[in-house]
Design a protein around this ligand. Structure first.
Ligand code: ARG
Length: 462
């Protein structure tokens, strides 16, 4: 039981209470940011004449030795300490004596943990951004290679109109582009330094908060000391963004799972990203896609958990806030892993363009185009819609597609049909004539891909 307090206590903490209260088992991952924060703090204390230069030197070399011994595996962060902050101060004082006791001058664990969490989250936000950048560039590669890969577009999971794979992937490009935008936005908002807020009310020492903020690459110090130690909005914003990323990944996974079924056979997932069955020898399962879909739940759970923890907390710091860590770390670890593995899975996945085109051709995906053809012949759209509905019914009766009907059969339904109907309802025409901005026609898709390329060039990871 190594703790930073105890002077006002007569008796020892109950062991079970101590364990319940301790956070070392999960906050030890904050060690590097805790050390960085302490370095900035003591440099500022010396600069302001609050501690001696000799104390600063002793503390800095002590902190360095802790860092290198941890790296070399010579020491370990154990449950003997209450939290990572206590670990650093205790080991430091053990090593350098008196100066170690000055480390915490003008600081509270409340602004210390607020700082650590911000520094750590900031690094993780950058990491997620890099992973999303890699995902987007994999999506772009697939789009470039599949401008002519026809497939059915769906609504209600029913075949609707023909599109291309490039166009379909473009939808996901937009989703992950927005997710990156959310990360960039929250980064700007969170990049303020809470160090110097003290327990809640600042301190009487002449701290230079601008100095520590800039030492730690923040844009500025936070503006209110009470808010500084009570704010976990940036963790929530990050968890919301991760939840949205997971929702997008989950939708993508669901499609890949469907495309991978025997019934569809649109894709073949690489062996390296598939798993087998212990009993059914023929099986090659899309477990990675399913697990990514499944892990969406726990990331949402983290968001709900922390939102609920923060709800109703009076100002300023409350121990409830220690509960931010495990859920946030779990979400960060799992979401990042999902983005990374998902990128690997789709980068190695093969498309069966023949099956995709075949599927795009049946199911009357060209019915809208047939109606538009009649509009071109002077029929009002609502009448054309009814006529093509009747045509589809006749086709179903004869077990034929629209293009398999003879001109005579077509003319029986509407005399406006002519032999140019066959070209008008071909797969190529249906796709390539869709040239409105954002549509699948190759000419507009090429412009879109150039824009995506520019976006990736101009929006490097944080
Ligand atoms: N382990 C604590 C946390 O994660 C550190 C802050 C403790 N502060 C306090 N006044 N008990 O929130």
């Amino acid at each position: 039981m190594a703790q930073l307090w105890g002077g006002r206590f007569k008796d020892k903490t109950d062991q079970e209470v101590y364990d319940f209260n301790a956070s070392i088992s999960f906050d030890k991952r904050l060690i590097n940011v805790d050390l960085a924060g302490s370095r900035a703090h003591v440099k500022m204390l010396a600069k302001q004449g609050i501690i001696e230069k000799s104390d600063l030197d002793a503390i800095l070399s002590g902190l360095d030795s802790i860092e290198s011994d941890l790296k070399a595996g010579k020491i370990e962060i154990t449950s003997e300490y209450e939290d990572v902050h206590s670990f650093v101060e205790a080991v430091l004082t053990e090593r350098i004596g008196e100066p170690g006791k000055k480390l915490h001058t003008g600081r509270s664990r409340n602004d210390q943990v607020a700082l650590d969490m911000r520094l750590y989250t900031r690094e993780r936000v950058k990491g997620t951004d890099r992973l999303l950048e890699a995902l987007l560039s994999s999506i772009l590669d697939t789009m470039k290679a599949n401008l002519d890969t026809y497939m059915p577009g769906f609504t209600h999971l029913q075949k609707a109109q023909p599109i291309t794979l490039a166009h379909h992937y473009g939808a996901y490009f937009e989703m992950f582009r927005r997710d990156r935008g959310r990360l960039h936005d929250l980064f700007v908002r969170m990049n303020e330094c809470p160090l110097g807020a003290g327990a809640l009310a600042g301190t009487t020492y002449p701290l230079d908060r601008e100095f520590t903020a800039s030492e730690l690459s923040f844009d500025r110090p936070t503006r209110n000391s009470i808010d500084s130690v009570s704010d976990r909005d940036y963790v929530l914003e990050y968890l919301f963004t991760l939840s949205t990323v997971m929702m997008h990944l989950s939708r993508f996974c669901e499609e890949i799972i469907i495309w991978n079924t025997n019934e569809y056979r649109f894709v073949e997932i690489d062996d390296a990203f598939s798993t087998g069955s212990s009993i059914m020898p023929q099986k090659k399962n899309p477990d990675i896609a399913e697990l990514v879909r499944g892990k969406t739940g726990r990331v949402y759970g983290s968001l709900m958990s922390l939102l609920t923890t923060m709800k109703g907390l009076p100002l300023a710091y409350n121990k409830d806030m220690q509960e931010d860590k495990e859920v946030a770390f779990d979400a960060m670890d799992n979401a990042d892993k999902c983005i990374h593995l998902f990128t690997g899975m789709i980068s190695t996945m093969k498309f069966n363009s023949g099956n995709m085109a075949k599927s795009a051709m049946n199911g009357f995906t060209n019915a809208t185009d047939a109606a538009d053809y009649l509009v071109g012949k002077g029929v009002a759209f609502r009448d054309a819609h009814r006529i093509i509905g009747e045509l589809v019914l006749a086709c179903i009766d004869k077990n034929k597609s629209i293009e398999e009907m003879s001109l005579e059969e077509l003319k029986n339904i509407c005399p406006k049909f002519d032999k140019d109907i066959y070209e008008a309802v071909s797969l190529e025409t249906c796709v390539e004539k869709r040239l409105t901005k954002g549509a699948p026609g190759k000419a507009v898709m090429k412009e879109y891909l150039a824009e995506c390329e520019d976006y990736l060039k101009n929006n490097k990871a944080l």
